[in-house]
Design a binder for this molecule. Structure first.
Ligand code: KMT
Ligand code: NI
Length: 169
């Protein structure tokens, strides 16, 4: 994984948009975002068991594998939050998860094979494929997943205030 501030340009979401300003794992952790790299799926199984994730699926996102690719990508890229954590383990390809930091700047997490990312409930984020137009990812979920995307603004949701409380020093 490589994390950096997004350059702020709205042109082609699939380009890198690296501002050149790196973001460390510690800075991500302050946002409640956890990044791991697991070379074997048994490590993923262990993390899933620890956090009570009983279900999973695999999604392949590419123009040939995903019907209506362009409109799906546009949807993934609209800024939203969820009432549950979002856990993704990258099996192949690469893609970008953008998360808002404390001052509402976009931090771009570039994920590759073996990377696992946990986004806390209530954080504003978005996803896009890169210019490779290909990612295969495992999505972990709990027995009754609440992963409906709520598009910003949804600052009046309880999960949003709970998130902000959890990250305030
Ligand atoms: C999401 O929540 O935006 C996604 O799950 C995107 C696909 S996972 C690479
Ligand atoms: Ni999401």
């Amino acid at each position: 994984m490589k994390a950096f501030y997004h350059d702020g340009s709205d042109l082609d979401q699939r380009e890198l948009h690296d501002s050149g300003e790196a973001v460390t794992d510690e800075e991500l952790a302050q946002l409640g975002v956890l990044a791991y790299h697991f070379d074997s799926e048994s490590k993923v199984d262990a993390l899933a068991a620890e956090r009570n994730y009983v279900n999973r699926d695999v999604i392949t996102i590419s123009p040939t594998a995903l019907p209506e690719y362009e409109s799906k990508i546009a949807n993934f890229y609209s800024e939203h939050l969820h009432e549950d954590e979002e856990i993704r383990y990258i099996l192949d390809g690469d893609g970008f998860f953008d998360v808002r930091n404390q001052s509402d700047r976009w931090v771009r997490c570039h994920l590759f094979k073996g990377d696992l990312l946990i986004l806390p409930a209530g954080i504003y984020h978005r996803f896009t494929t890169s210019s490779s137009n290909y990612i295969k990812a495992m999505r972990l979920f709990q027995a009754e997943p609440k992963w409906v995307p709520h598009n910003r603004p949804c600052d009046d949701m309880a999960v949003r205030s709970e998130y902000l409380k959890s990250v305030s020093a």
